[in-house]
Design a protein around this ligand. Structure first.
Ligand SMILES: [Zn+2]
Length: 487
């Protein structure tokens, strides 16, 4: 029988295929100077070709010098990833026939990288999994080409900036897992202080490779690489697109060619860039101008002592110290801003679970919308807001209503609650008039209640809330209703 079910481009065909995904990330290191010369590595905003010297312009007769900080940043990253740090490592030349590197080769690492193995733990839908890495090596970034009509312009400011290449094993299975891996990686890099890891600024760039295989099959399918993704969203969307595209092709009996594709953000599609036949022969050979590096056990232990608290340790501490669940603790620990606010809010006296809940929902939403305007939330104010709710001064909906004003004005929640008249009426004598009015205006529910239909009180309570424009303390209103109905 021939299945005629159409394939929607937005939903993956039945769960009959498993995606196998690997990520290759390039991370610019936040060193003061470039990888092999003294030029400043922060080129943002600089006019083209102003951060250059004979070394990074590849002039004849110049010699590169290894940037020790870049090496240490790479080793620190390896330690943070629980990886092996081999004793001996060296640099190699990689054939590079493009005009954005003047030398015609790139100094990189081939068979002896600085870091081998390692893993990153990710939590998706409450499930924690380890994603393994192949290696982390150090190389130099290329310049930047801009294509204009009639030719191309080249800016060498970026040429020679230290670049860490981090290759994962194909352990990822979904687009969401890939995004979580990247988020965790970014937090680790920022916590270590080795990179700004800002994808929009090109400090963290990503290629993904993805293949599909029938569920239960061990043999891998043909992998397709999608290059140069520059946001978390484009990583997730391009993978979702590729999984649907490849599943549809396999369903139609086609074979997937091994190729490199590019992501077209505006159209939300990937397009063929080059096939395997055009793959480059990089012809690596040892870099004769640089000595090998020997990493002593002493050097490693000194670096290990410099490691800050990493996201996994933070997550475990939140679970042990504050009693948070795994999902909450994991989510907070991979967001430096949220983690800091959480700890400060708890230190200011808030209940940890409530603080975690508010920060991950209402506060995060506001932060995403307004942080670019320079607004922040004072932890003492968030703690005060939660205390106002706990003390029955305001209800949850009033707290939600006042939060944006606290955020934008930087003023205390107590003051704003008073100014906006949001305080709940918890004094029963003050509520009594409203309750009596509601009872007088709704004889039918009152009769229902007296005939034993006790749930009629919920309708009456709703009317009291309405009459007081939401300011009645619901518990006090209910007690008062019961008292007056039972009189
Ligand atoms: Zn230079």
């Amino acid at each position: 029988m021939i299945s005629a079910t159409p394939v929607s481009p937005s939903t993956p065909t039945a769960a009959k295929y498993e995606a196998v995904i690997g990520l290759e990330c390039h991370v610019q290191l936040a060193t003061h100077s470039k990888m092999f010369c003294g030029c400043p590595s922060d080129y943002s905003g600089a006019p083209p070709n102003t951060h250059v010297c004979p070394v990074c312009l590849g002039m004849p007769g110049v010699l590169p010098v290894i940037n020790r900080t870049a090496v240490e940043y790479t080793l620190l990253t390896g330690l943070a990833l629980n990886a092996d740090i081999p004793e001996a490592t060296k640099f190699d030349r990689k054939n590079y026939p493009y005009p954005d590197l003047v030398k015609g080769y790139q100094i990189s690492q081939y068979d002896l990288p600085l870091v081998k193995g390692g893993w990153i733990e990710i939590t998706v839908e409450g499930q924690t999994r380890r994603i393994h890495l192949e290696r982390v090596h150090l190389e130099e970034d290329t310049g930047k080409l801009t294509h204009v009509s009639g030719g191309s312009l080249v800016d060498f400011n970026r040429s020679g900036v230290p670049l860490m290449e981090m290759v994962s094993q194909p352990d990822l299975r979904t687009a969401t897992e890939a995004r979580e891996y990247l988020r965790k990686l970014r937090t680790i890099l920022r916590t270590l202080g080795v990179s700004g890891a800002d994808m929009e600024k090109g400090q963290l760039r990503c290629d993904v490779n993805v293949s599909l295989r029938p569920v239960g099959q061990a043999k891998l399918g043909t992998k397709v690489e999608v290059k140069n993704l520059n946001s978390f969203r484009s990583v997730q969307r391009s993978l979702e697109y590729e999984i649907v595209r490849q599943a549809a092709a396999l369903d139609a009996g086609e074979t997937i060619p091994q190729e490199t594709r590019g992501w077209v953000e505006e159209r939300g599609v990937t397009v063929t860039q080059r096939s395997k036949e055009e793959a480059h022969d990089y012809r690596y050979f040892p870099e004769p101008d640089l000595p090998p590096i020997f990493v002593s056990a002493d050097w490693v232990s000194t670096l290990r002592s410099r490691l800050p608290e990493l996201p996994d340790a933070k997550r475990d501490r939140y679970i042990a110290t504050f009693g948070l669940g795994t999902a909450d603790a994991s989510a907070l620990s991979i967001d430096q801003w949220a983690a800091r606010l959480f700890e400060d809010t708890v230190a200011a006296g808030a209940d940890p679970k409530k603080a975690a809940n508010w920060i991950q929902n209402d506060v995060s939403r506001l932060h995403d919308e307004t942080s670019s305007d320079g607004h922040t939330l004072d932890a003492a104010h968030l703690a005060e807001l939660l205390r106002l709710v706990d003390d029955g001064v305001i209800g949850i909906s009033a707290a939600r209503q006042v939060l944006p004003s606290v955020y934008q004005s930087g003023r205390s929640p107590r003051t704003l609650v008073d100014e906006l008249g949001l305080a709940q009426v918890s004094d029963s004598s003050a509520l009594e008039a409203s309750v009596r009015e509601v009872l007088a205006a709704n004889p039918a529910p009152v009769a229902d209640y007296h005939s034993g239909k006790l749930t009629a009180i919920n309708f009456l309570k709703g009317q009291v809330m309405k009459a007081t424009r939401g300011k009645a303390n619901p518990a006090v209103a209910e007690d008062l209703l019961k008292k007056l109905l039972d009189e």
